[in-house]
Design a protein around this ligand. Structure first.
Ligand SMILES: Nc1ncnc2c1ncn2[C@@H]1O[C@H](COP(=O)(O)OP(=O)(O)OP(=O)(O)O)[C@@H](O)[C@H]1O
Length: 271
């Protein structure tokens, strides 16, 4: 299925945070009237220095944390963690070690009581196929590499067919080669399924390679430092895209911006 062109996407924002303020019980504010929007089918990468609030933001967007002020909507309705439109992929694969790859993917479908056992197995198998792992369906997690485990975890999330995917550094634990392969893989899958993606990363190259738009966060509670639209052609691939001069320009722009955020953070902690 081709990627949904921006002009034919519905006009309602898939994800909307409006004037969100949040502090932990014992801490300083992390967000103060923070706003962010993502259009249906948009791939948004969130970049920012350690401690700026990326994980907190994902917890707020998913409804796991409640803001003290402001509103968060997914497809125009208030967010709740159990909303079926939301899917999460975390840094670690978090698979059940005693279940095969197939049964790990089927797990979410079982919990959601979607269809018969045979239908669940069929669907789980089709999502394993999508991530290139049908041949490993009966293997246990310990018989899979780290990259394969992360693919199973991705298939498990995708099998629930969420319209909005929240990804918190999903490939951070992988070696550079597996990570680059997974970057291509996620773009191939996204082009087929067309979800709205919010992808948190520390990695500037990964953000440029994947995203339609990169949102740079300030140190907390600074909110958004800046946004950068990434107009690299799609489909993107590791060999060609990463050597484009425009890719390097985007990367350098983001490097400069992150340096400015870091400089502000150093100034902020000076006595
Ligand atoms: N449970 C908590 N209780 C109190 N403060 C917290 C809690 N979790 C995070 N914080 C603080 O909130 C701020 C944002 O943390 P968060 O983990 O969201 O940042 P991050 O950008 O994801 O960091 P990293 O990139 O290092 O994972 C930090 O100052 C952190 O110390």
């Amino acid at each position: 299925m081709p990627q949904i062109p921006p002009e034919s996407r519905p006009s309602v924002d898939a994800l909307r945070a409006d004037a969100v303020s949040f502090s932990y019980a014992n801490g300083r504010p992390v967000f103060d009237r923070f706003s962010l929007r993502a259009k249906p089918g948009e791939f948004v990468a969130i970049l920012g220095p350690s401690g700026c609030g990326k994980t907190t933001l994902l917890n707020l967007l998913s409804g796991f944390q409640q803001p003290q002020a402001g509103h968060i909507h997914i497809n125009n309705a208030p967010v709740r963690p159990e909303r079926a439109e939301l899917g999460y992929v975390f840094q670690g694969p978090q698979l059940f070690p005693w279940l095969s790859a197939l049964e790990n993917v089927r797990f979410g479908l079982r919990m959601a009581r979607q269809g018969s056992v045979a239908e669940q197995r069929e669907k789980a198998r089709s999502y394993l196929r999508l991530v290139g792992l049908e041949h490993a369906a009966l293997r246990l997690p310990r018989e899979l590499s780290g990259g394969m485990q992360q693919r199973v975890s991705l298939a498990r999330t995708l099998a629930l067919e969420p319209g909005v995917l929240l990804m918190d550094e999903p490939f951070a634990a992988l070696d550079a080669i597996s990570r680059a392969a997974m970057n291509e893989e996620i773009l191939r899958i996204w082009a087929q399924l067309g979800q709205t993606v919010l992808f948190i990363t520390h990695d500037i190259d990964e953000a440029v390679f994947l995203a339609d738009r990169v949102v740079m966060l300030n140190i907390a509670p600074g909110g958004i430092h800046s946004e950068l639209q990434i107009d690299l052609p799609r489909p993107r691939n590791n060999l060609q895209t990463r050597r484009l001069s425009a890719f390097l320009d985007y990367r350098n722009t983001l490097m400069e911006r992150i340096a400015s955020v870091m400089a502000q953070s150093e100034n902020a902690i000076q006595p």
